[in-house]
Design a protein around this ligand. Structure first.
Ligand SMILES: Nc1nc2c(c(=O)[nH]1)N[C@H]1C(S)=C(S)[C@@H](COP(=O)(O)OP(=O)(O)OC[C@H]3O[C@@H](n4cnc5c(N)ncnc54)[C@H](O)[C@@H]3O)O[C@H]1N2
Ligand code: MOO
Length: 418
């Protein structure tokens, strides 16, 4: 037995493996216009049907030559001009060169380009100040991408550079996976719709807004089922409706042991619970399972996040999100983990993997370390605004002393440092 503060808690790695083993992408391929493909997941490999570029061209503004004539004379007659998109189509005699611009097709017979700065021009006469070598300043056909290259692989989430690459290949329509449907709801009698005054003991529903806006970043069709009161029947209704419409459902709240915590209980009736107690902090009461779907073979996965806002955010990001990304067809993404020096101590009890909130400190010369923030309360969402990274501390370790090196997961790659 390990030194878990409570028995029966599943370690984070085991939970991730279980989720990964259960969740599978069941999306189909659809073609979308290129400009609508940003953020979508490629459903097929993209293979270059032609080389890019498909002609040799000049890398500089200057003059194009046949390199074997360059050694014989250093004075040439400028016989014509080649512009990008307007090639010079004539033939070239000995002692002739062609005025050429960057990107223009190399005239036939020419195999090098002298940069304009290395020449002297007087009317039609050109003198070379520096002799170019064969191939100099020439970009060969296929130098960007040879024909047949498998440049973008299935499972890649397309970003602006990929859209540009697809445009240079002339692809108007892109094969992407259809978007999985993901339902979101929160539970709790205390949750008050925004815009209404707060009665005593009530709060606004922050989890659902956080989740809906986080999901908007992904190629996912999100269905908002709202805030559901702690009423078994109403919850059951939403569970059934969500299971019939969605590939996955994410709820927050009601997974612990309180008198009104119906979520896990309903999951047992309406589906199968895979696990519901995790050795992570925050986020211990996290339920994962599958909901029964009527006669349909496509399963509906269920992620029951804890109600505490930081616990909900951490379990969403660390556990639900990798599974949802898999549902979209996306290849697994390695997380950026920095090994940084602790600039303060961190309190830690052995037994759970901690996702403490920290601040990466940086000066003009770069990153200098990470410090703890004042509060590590899982009920305080403001800790995640003040922090700019998680400090991940392994399950069995204890306190961190200042000066030790710790694993840091930045919230973002551009850090708010003030
Ligand atoms: N006796 C025990 N009590 C608790 C345990 C435990 O093991 N034994 N675990 C604690 C931990 S850890 C967590 S995390 C919470 C999780 O409980 P639930 O998932 O059942 O969540 P609720 O009880 O519904 O709410 C907890 C907390 O979060 C607030 N909340 C809920 N939903 C939202 C929302 N949508 N937006 C903002 N805030 C929300 C809620 O008002 C509560 O304050 O259980 C501990 N208890
Ligand atoms: O572990 Mo709970 O998730 O601290 O708040």
């Amino acid at each position: 037995m390990n030194s878990c503060d409570q028995p029966g808690l599943l370690p984070l790695e085991a939970a991730l493996q279980r989720i990964n083993a259960v969740v599978n992408c069941a999306q189909n391929c659809e073609y979308v216009p290129l400009l609508n493909a940003r953020g979508r997941v490629l459903a097929e490999d993209i293979i270059a049907s032609r080389p890019i570029p498909d002609f040799d061209n000049s890398a500089m503004d200057g003059y194009a030559f046949a390199s074997n004539s360059v050694g014989r004379t250093d004075t040439f007659r400028v016989a014509g001009i080649a512009l990008a998109g307007q090639p010079y189509l004539g033939a070239l005699s000995e002692n002739e060169c062609i005025r050429i611009m960057t990107g223009a097709k190399m005239p036939s017979g020419c195999d090098c380009v002298a940069m304009q700065e290395n020449t002297l021009r007087d009317g039609d006469a050109l003198t070379l100040l520096k002799v170019p070598a064969k191939g100099e300043n020439v970009r060969l056909a296929g130098h960007d991408l040879p024909q047949g290259s498998r440049i973008l692989l299935r499972g890649r989430r397309l970003g602006p550079v990929d859209i540009g690459m697809l445009a240079s290949l002339g692809e108007l329509q892109v094969p992407v996976y259809t978007k999985p449907r993901v339902g979101v709801f929160s539970t709790g009698d205390e949750l008050t719709p925004l815009g209404q005054p707060l009665e005593p003991g009530r709060i606004y529903d922050s989890n659902r807004y956080l989740l809906l806006s986080a999901l908007a970043e992904y190629p996912i069709e999100v269905i908002d089922f709202g805030s559901i009161p702690d009423d078994r029947q109403k919850l059951e209704q939403v569970f059934l409706e969500a299971a019939s419409q969605c590939h996955a459902v994410i709820s927050s709240g009601g997974v612990s042991v309180g008198d009104a915590d119906y979520t896990r209980e309903l999951l047992v009736t309406l589906g199968q619970v895979d696990f519901y107690k995790l050795a992570i902090k925050p986020g211990k009461p996290f339920a994962f399972g599958t909901l029964h779907t009527a006669g349909d073979s496509t399963p509906c996965y269920f992620f029951g996040l804890p109600g505490n806002p930081v616990s909900a955010a951490v379990t969403f990001e660390q556990l639900a999100l990798p599974a949802l990304e898999k549902l979209t067809g996306a290849n697994p993404q390695a997380k950026l983990v920095l090994k940084l020096r602790a600039c303060s101590s961190f309190k830690k009890r052995p037994g759970r993997t901690d996702f403490q909130r920290g601040r990466i400190l940086a000066n003009q010369n770069g990153i200098i370390g990470v410090e703890s923030i004042n509060s590590q309360s899982s009920g305080a969402l403001s800790t995640m605004v003040v922090a700019n990274a998680y400090v991940r501390l392994e399950q069995e370790r204890g306190n961190v002393e200042e000066g030790e090196y710790v694993d840091v997961l930045p919230f973002d790659t551009s850090l708010p440092l003030l």
